[in-house]
Design a protein around this ligand. Sequence first.
Ligand SMILES: [Zn+2]
Length: 502
Amino acid sequence: MKLGIATAASVVGIEGHPVRIEAALLPGLPTFSIVGLADTAVSESRERIRAAFAASGIDFPNTRITVNLSPADIPKYGTAFDLGIACAILAALAGHAGPPNSIVLGELGLDGSVRPVRGVLPACLGAIHRGLTGAVVPVEAVSEAELARSRVRGVWHLTQVARAFGVRANPVPPCEEIGAVGEPEPTAEPDLADVRGQAEARLALEMAAAGEHHLFMVGPPGVGKSMLAVRLPGIMPLLTHSEGIEVAAVRSLLGSFDGRLPTRRPFADPHHTASAAALVGGGSSPRPGAISRAHHGVLFLDELAEFAPAALEALREPMETGRVHISRARTAVVFPARFQLVGAANPCRCGKLFDGGCTCSPASLRAYRGRLSGPLMDRFDLKVRLRRPSAAELTGPAGEPSSAVRARVEAARRRQAARFSEEAWDTNAHTPGEWLRSHTEVPAGMRRAIRRALTTGALSARGVDKLLRAAWTVADLVGHSAPRSDDFDLAYTMRVMGVNND
Ligand SMILES: [Zn+2]
């Protein structure tokens, strides 16, 4: 019997797990079986491997071949095992071990070409974690694998692997169209300078960025809610290296990673018809949803009242924990999902409530407000009402640019980092109510206003904590060591307003 061994990897959720591949060539009638697989796509790799061997001029062993993938209890999705299985067979043919301490990833085309696969970055990160420091990957994925600090070898054709083992094969065909990636044209980022007027909304956006607060905007259609939301990532601090790796890993799973470590915060804006699965992730081989695309960035839900209640309900767990669990019959996976939520809504169905001329019936108004209440609405620390800009504002000077706002935001984040250096959290939005209540000195006038708001129902007990969080963020932005009276006043206006007072 000849035995060849290689290692591939399976990505479960966002976690890469090495998978050992053993290929045994046994005397007997020619057969080719693969055991330890669950996914039909992987069984189909038998056909691709046979065809790829033939196209590469490699003699397919005319004997009984048994390939075993272990551990058996790790689900194995997709086509990334082709190259590893081929590698184990080639190692058996050559009579020596496969690449030591390396994982081998890649799909095989029927012509022997090695094709890109999803999840190279998380696969390599998982492998490194278990001491496998090398990676043989499709040449398109080299920079991606290097982000995991793997020793990387990029391949584009099966003949390269065969020749490396000393197995007879056709000459290696040239590597076409690869490496022609180059530096992309820098895309112009939307800048806050484009937003005219909207002083209050701009301030709310800055506060959201500074304290990591969820933000709700209400205003008539076309007033600029989306325009503001897309500019939030541009005023947030750049991603740290480890945050960038996490963002890249999600993109790798989705097949949308371009190989460059992202520095800008992501932005995801699923449509209101999105299903719960599209929003939080799902599918038979689970894929990340919009909330994971927004990991370490912004999730913008425009027309919040139009989202299916079940979809919004599915946001609750990730908003608490920063990740989402997806359970399937065979497995349960976890995807990262720490995002800042920006919700936007019209004031009513017809949109004219604030402008006069609202044609909604009282029942319709009630129903609409009902949809903008409840547990999700309670998660917004900041609420702001947008008005139509005046003619003077529209023709006035350009707004302050994003770079200037981001400088203040970064200074405010540094103050929080210093304040919370010994704590388990790092921003005001994540500060527990207990800490807030024991560390915040509320001025007497504000205490009276809060008491009044509590009695009238304009503010809930939870809303008081949010008010304190927002007040700290104002203080951090203006450079006060603790919130002062006017910091509270501003936080109060941001908190006690809108279509849905709490
Ligand atoms: Zn209306």
